[in-house]
Design a protein around this ligand. Structure first.
Ligand SMILES: O=C(CO)COP(=O)(O)O
Length: 133
């Protein structure tokens, strides 16, 4: 049996409520995954959903880069990154670096809620099949 899915969860400020709602819908599945997140996103997932999350620095302080480095080292299977396309971010180069690293390493990266449902739903199915096999 393969190991638990390793999922990175990241949301910009205006998308954090969406992230908490999304993660709440997949709470049971996510509780069986290895989760990592940027600092403020992770704190909300821990406090509001009781998930176990390894928290990196906050995004503007290098959290995206830390997650990118983990991904490049092969430690992340999927990224849910709810970006805010309407607000300029001081760490835009870091954000681009993380999304680029996903493309370089062919790691699924959901950048909006609809895509996140498709990716998490599919991962959940694959995981259930592996558990049953
Ligand atoms: O800025 C972020 C991603 O680019 C998210 O960081 P926080 O989860 O710490 O707010």
């Amino acid at each position: 049996m393969s190991m638990k899915p390793r999922i990175a969860l990241i949301a910009h400020d205006k998308k954090k409520d969406d992230m908490v709602t999304l993660a709440g819908e997949y709470r049971e599945f996510l509780a069986g995954c290895t989760l990592t997140a940027t600092g403020t996103t992770g704190a909300r997932l821990i406090n509001e959903l009781g998930l176990a999350v390894e928290c990196m620095h906050s995004g503007p302080f290098g959290g995206d880069l830390q997650i990118g480095a983990q991904l490049v080292m092969g430690n992340i299977d999927c990224v849910v990154f709810l970006r805010d396309p309407m607000t300029p971010q001081p760490h835009e180069p870091d954000i681009n670096a993380l999304v680029r690293a996903c493309d370089v390493h062919d790691i699924a990266c959901a950048t909006n809620v609809s895509t996140a449902h498709l990716v998490l739903g599919q991962l959940m199915l694959i995981n259930n099949k592996e558990i049953q096999a």
